[in-house]
Design a protein around this ligand. Structure first.
Ligand SMILES: *[C@@H]1O[C@H](CO)[C@@H](O)[C@H](O)[C@H]1NC(C)=O
Ligand SMILES: *[C@@H]1O[C@H](CO)[C@@H](O)[C@H](O)[C@H]1NC(C)=O
Ligand SMILES: *[C@@H]1O[C@H](CO)[C@@H](O)[C@H](O)[C@H]1NC(C)=O
Length: 277
């Protein structure tokens, strides 16, 4: 078992002293991903996806954000659970994932040594649904294991808030299936908070994003996974994470609530700065 730390108070962090991104070499878009207009994720499209499991059984999704940390939802981190992080996964039923003769190296399992859960999260308020998992050892980036972009330059926040068409990715079941072994992406659209507040009877929160979508996102198993978009910045096309799947309804119907990542960038940086503990 690992330590679970509740972190609310912010350690000093100077946004202006940092760069655009947490990891400079992030959000890699494969040629297939750049062309992909389909909903289906391609075998090499989301190398940052983390499959959080208990003896192989899916618990939640997450994203690799640097060599040591996985971003996920707070509600995925529970005292009584020993999660393992699998990276480089696509089809959870096969040990080597191939598309024809195009095969990925095997997926890799990592143990967690510390889990950080936002101290403001509770199962009743469901706000601040954000957590970080520190891996017991450093991750080596490979063709199928690479970090997603987290924007640390807060002056870019308005640009990110204007992204309306986004993509959510996960292994959660779709309404028609008992389980989904293949990573899938679905398009989602940012909508006014009123749409979520009418469905879930909750007040407007700055740290949450309401999205509408076809049924199938925010299903059990998708929690903790990313929502994001490819953006053009500094002459490159990079995939940036905008939200974390937080909650929806049992039938996996629209709308769903996502945690706003940029609203929590201070919390993320504070947790990351404790790597010496
Ligand atoms: C937690 O899971 C890992 C990987 O499955 C295993 O090696 C370890 O022994 C487990 N720890 C406990 C306390 O169950
Ligand atoms: C932050 O973004 C702004 C707007 O794009 C840019 O002018 C500035 O140079 C960026 N800061 C850093 C540290 O990259
Ligand atoms: C497999 O490769 C074909 C041809 O490049 C592509 O159209 C298809 O989307 C790929 N499928 C996956 C799951 O990557």
């Amino acid at each position: 078992m690992y330590w679970i730390l509740l972190l609310t108070s912010l350690l000093p962090w100077h946004p202006h002293a940092t760069a655009q991104f947490l990891e400079p070499d992030c959000g890699y878009m494969s040629p297939e991903a750049l062309q992909n207009e389909e909903h289906q994720a391609h075998i090499s499209e989301s190398p940052w996806m983390a499959y959080l499991h208990k003896s192989g059984e899916l618990v939640c999704g997450g994203t690799l954000v640097n060599h040591r940390f996985i971003l996920t939802a707070a509600h995925c981190i529970r005292e009584d659970e020993n999660l393992t992080v699998r990276l480089g996964e696509f089809n959870s039923l096969t040990s080597i994932d191939c598309n024809g003769s195009d095969c990925l190296p095997p997926s890799e399992d990592f143990e967690i040594d510390v889990a950080f859960r936002h101290g403001g999260y509770s199962r009743t308020n469901r706000i601040h649904d954000i957590g970080l998992l520190r891996l017991a050892k450093s991750v080596e980036y490979k063709v199928h294991i690479k970090p997603i972009c987290l924007i640390t330059n807060t002056t870019l926040q308005p640009k990110i808030e204007r992204l309306h068409r986004l993509v959510a990715t996960g292994w959660g079941r779709s309404p028609s299936e008992a389980a989904n072994h293949i990573l899938k992406s679905i398009r989602v659209t940012r909508v006014n908070w009123g749409v979520c507040s009418k469905t879930y009877w909750v007040d407007r929160r700055r740290d949450q994003i309401c999205v509408s979508h076809e049924s199938g996102v925010s299903c059990s198993g998708d929690s903790g996974g990313p929502m994001g978009q490819a953006i053009r910045l500094d002459g490159r096309v990079l995939f940036v994470q905008v939200g974390i799947v937080s909650y929806g309804n049992a039938e996996c119907l629209s709308p769903s609530v996502f945690t706003n990542v940029m609203e929590h960038i201070d919390w993320i940086m504070a947790a990351l700065s404790t790597t010496h503990i």
